[in-house]
Design a binder for this molecule. Sequence first.
Ligand SMILES: Cc1cn([C@H]2C[C@H](O)[C@@H](COP(=O)(O)OP(=O)(O)OP(=O)(O)O)O2)c(=O)[nH]c1=O
Length: 197
Amino acid sequence: MELVLASGSPRRRELLSQLGLHFTPVNYQVDETITNCSLTPEKIVQELSIRKAKAAQQDFTDALIIGADTIVFDGISILGKPKDQHEAIQMLTQLQGKEHQVYTGITLIELVDGVVKECKSGVRMTRVWMRTLLKSEIEEYVLTGEPMDKAGSYGIQGIGATLIDRIDGCYFNVVGLSLVLLQDLFRQIDKSMNQFR
Ligand SMILES: Cc1cn([C@H]2C[C@H](O)[C@@H](COP(=O)(O)OP(=O)(O)OP(=O)(O)O)O2)c(=O)[nH]c1=O
């Protein structure tokens, strides 16, 4: 049985490697549109992590597939990755000087002989406090390019660290993959990470 990470995110790949796991990274185009506007942030990341894990199913027969999704919620709107620099500036203007929440959903699908044996999902939320930012600081940060592939338009693990006052909850959840949640999902389906080391 092989471990498959259905994600194009370099952060998620680094985090799995950090655990000493051997895995096959794959990246499929998944429709991330949410049509049901009444879905909670929890339900959205759960649903999208399921879609991402399912997309990889077609190419494997015996595998443990990981899918994940991260969004930012400030109590008003749900923020994904910005579509351009203008939107990144808008998001950071909205988030600065207050608290927001980062939600990451993870789904594990166990495939045996091409059939789904187990499918488990979980969600973690981390509270993040961003300091007050000057317009010029936001513009300078966006020009670094760092925000462009990140939910909420910042990366806590990079230059974005200088924008964050404090967090409450799992740091890795903000970066895109709560490792303690991943461990818990392995346990729920009676799998050990050691099998993939
Ligand atoms: C808030 C925040 C998000 N992020 C990243 C994590 C995710 O990679 C990304 C959110 O987008 P996602 O759609 O969750 O993931 P992705 O498009 O990067 O990869 P894939 O769908 O193929 O798995 O934002 C950071 O790296 N640092 C942060 O501080």
